[in-house]
Design a protein around this ligand. Structure first.
Ligand SMILES: Cc1cc2nc3c(=O)[nH]c(=O)nc-3n(C[C@H](O)[C@H](O)[C@H](O)COP(=O)(O)OP(=O)(O)OC[C@H]3O[C@@H](n4cnc5c(N)ncnc54)[C@H](O)[C@@H]3O)c2cc1C
Length: 415
């Protein structure tokens, strides 16, 4: 039996960042995953470190969009019909949190985390020699209709009041930044402070390498073996049982596999998503990620090719993939950018771990001494991993947290 100060369960970008922050503070830390670090949800994202995020993704408020989704015509969202009754309570809560006043409230409570997002990555990337994966040239959101552009006015006003940098552009200015884009859009906003990465998996692996260099240990094991062993927690690993007084659960969409049996019921749901890489035609290239707002997909330049990431899908986490959204959006994507052949035979798919209030849970697991949570990062796990790691490490070591952790506490669901 081996003993360590802390066991971190889950080596996605969130668990890895937590483990790295803990080991930097002098604790002995074991990071346990059943697969390769960073190879699950954290592999497949659009690579955007969105410190500029103001409003979270919201339930559609206009009937036209809802009807297109209902009739499975929209690339913004898809659903498995038989799953709707099961997800209905969560969707109702998500809809309630999507009311304009609630969105403003969420943007306020999330701002301290987003405000640190880029800076905390910069620190870890510099220490981990991962700066070569960072592009500090923002990201571009495109709007094909005046109506879609009018919809972001509130966000731009709020950005101005918060001092979040952006530049509103016409087609010509946007194409000066990204000459390969075809002029099928009417407006663009360049969020200049955002950073993006050319390989999310490589970033997580670099952070793991830094963790190892500082003495952190990685193990293969199944988090579902977590149980109490006297005053400690124990996890079974391929190298034998591992004990620690403190455990962090950072299992992304698999959180409930471990928490439910412990009697800690958190209302986590998943928004599934897809991506596929394409070779650009000829010399076409992108310098930064580009959102086609009307169609809800991102074109993200990656080492593997141009990665197209889809909108959300409501379906059981483990149901076979149904990448119909990619099929729906491909005509729009090909119209916008000269895409060549797909790189892989099949799209990748994963599941964003989401709470209906669009906030993560960072802090103690109620009723379980020594159990900590870092989960539910939804559309922003890459963005918020390092800021989460710092906040949780500060809470666990009794340091002054860099922001008020109360809005992210699990107690908002469990009393
Ligand atoms: C299409 C798409 C695009 C996205 N774009 C962005 C973006 O541009 N920017 C951004 O910030 N975010 C983005 N996201 C969200 C982001 O990818 C996630 O929020 C983030 O990856 C979640 O990280 P995590 O560490 O919590 O989970 P994961 O990366 O899923 O890590 C959880 C780990 O737990 C392990 N695990 C699970 N069960 C067990 C078990 N029983 N035993 C042991 N180990 C276990 C898994 O193997 C995995 O390694 C996107 C997501 C998707 C799907």
């Amino acid at each position: 039996m081996a003993r360590t100060d802390v066991i971190v369960l889950g080596a996605g970008i969130v668990g890895t960042s937590v483990a790295l922050h803990l080991v930097k503070r002098g604790l002995s830390v074991a990071l346990v995953d059943r697969g390769g670090a960073g190879e699950a949800t954290s592999y497949g994202n659009a690579g955007i470190i969105e410190g500029n995020t103001i409003f979270p993704a919201a339930f559609p408020s206009d009937w036209a969009t809802l009807l297109r989704i209902a009739f499975k015509r929209s690339p913004l969202a898809n659903y498995h019909l038989a799953f709707l009754p099961k997800i209905a309570p969560w969707l109702a809560a998500f809809r309630a949190y999507s009311q304009p006043t609630k969105l403003v409230e969420t943007s306020q409570v999330m701002r301290p985390l987003f405000a640190r997002a880029v800076a905390e990555h910069e620190v870890l990337a510099a220490e981990a020699a991962a700066e070569k994966y960072l592009r500090r040239n923002g990201w571009l959101k495109l709007y094909r209709s005046d109506r879609a552009f009018a919809g972001v006015k509130r966000e731009l006003d709020l950005a101005a009041s918060l001092g979040i940098a952006n530049v509103t552009m016409d087609v010509e200015a946007a194409r000066a930044l990204e000459p390969s884009l075809n002029p099928v859009f009417r407006h663009a906003v360049h969020w200049t402070g955002a950073v993006s990465v050319s390989n999310p998996l490589a970033v997580t692996r670099a952070y793991i390498a830094r963790f190892a260099a500082l003495g952190g240990l990685s193990f293969t094991g199944d988090a579902r073996s977590l149980h109490r062993n006297g005053p400690n927690w124990r996890v079974e690993t391929a190298s034998g049982p591992l004990d620690a007084g403190e455990v962090v659960i950072a299992l992304g969409p698999w959180l409930r596999d471990v928490l439910d049996p412990l009697g800690v019921r958190l209302p986590l749901a998943v928004k599934r998503g897809y991506h596929r890489h394409f070779r650009p035609q000829g010399n076409a290239a992108l310098a930064r990620p580009v959102l086609d707002a009307d169609n809800g997909y991102v074109l993200a330049p990656m080492e593997q090719g141009v990665r197209i990431t889809s909108g959300v899908e409501f379906a059981p986490r483990d149901a076979p993939p149904t990448p119909v959204q990619l099929e729906r959006l491909m005509p729009a994507a090909r119209e916008l950018f000269p895409l060549g052949e797909p790189v892989e035979p099949q799209p990748w798919f994963g599941a964003r771990p989401c709470f209906a209030d669009s906030r993560p849970v960072i802090g103690r697991a109620p009723g379980n001494a020594g159990l900590w949570l870092a989960c539910g990062h939804a559309h922003w796990g890459l963005t918020l991993g390092p800021a989460t790691g710092r906040l949780l490490a500060e809470l666990m070591t009794g340091a002054t947290p860099f922001c008020d952790p109360q809005p992210y506490a699990a107690e908002r669901f469990i009393r």
